[in-house]
Design a protein around this ligand. Sequence first.
Ligand SMILES: Nc1ncnc2c1ncn2[C@@H]1O[C@H](COP(=O)(O)OP(=O)(O)OP(=O)(O)O)[C@@H](O)[C@H]1O
Length: 248
Amino acid sequence: MGPIVEVENVSKRFGPITALVDVTLDVPSGVIYGLLGPSGSGKTTLIRLIAGALRASTGQVRVFGRRQPSRANAARIGYMTQSAALYPDLSLRENLTFFGTLYGLNDRRLRERVETIAAEVELADRLDSPLHTFSGGMRQRASLACALLHEPDLLILDEPTVGLDPVLRRAFWERFRRLAAAGRTLIVSSHVMDEADRCDHLAFLREGRLLATGSPSELRQITDQANLEDAFLALAAGAGSLLEGGVR
Ligand SMILES: Nc1ncnc2c1ncn2[C@@H]1O[C@H](COP(=O)(O)OP(=O)(O)OP(=O)(O)O)[C@@H](O)[C@H]1O
């Protein structure tokens, strides 16, 4: 199977600000693909381009072989944004029903999925509570539930574990691993390097440019570093010469 996501020579400008410069990468099927980089490096911009929420200034993004933004792709993509996009005055059930209707689930399937997904994120007992009564971790689980509701083939998660306690963070990663094992493809952004090791593939971004892509062990090997934080710093320091050398 070809790549699920193909990003080809993509640049994105917002007026005078250049958020991404000539980024090219492929995301294979059934993996956890991590986008790693410091604040402002362009992770959210790249995620929004892949999700179809933004258009590239130049270059193109294809998902499932279709150029984004594509209406046909929407039902196969789950997107968890960084700031919860849910309605605080509505209950979890009402939020899920709203998103399920947008995704085009029929009534019966929607009712089933609401119960199943609420149980999966351990919020079944809070289905009828308004979201503003939820703790931060509960809100994040609710956002994940909305992104998973329609059983998307591609899950795009923008810093999904920010602010979670270590127990919940581990539970989120275990869930991501199970989803990948079941054949889903996940793109997860993070600026926490200890999360990078949990990914199958990584793209390191800095100042809108791709520093390198590869598996965690490949990135450690090409930089001759024991951990990914040092690998990132080595790549960032030698960005010019290494990129010219063709590290991809
Ligand atoms: N809608 C926008 N309008 C103007 N500038 C933007 C917009 N979105 C992003 N940018 C700019 O693009 C650059 C990359 O931002 P982006 O949010 O993609 O980074 P990030 O790596 O996700 O950062 P963080 O980890 O802090 O979320 C930043 O300089 C940001 O200010």
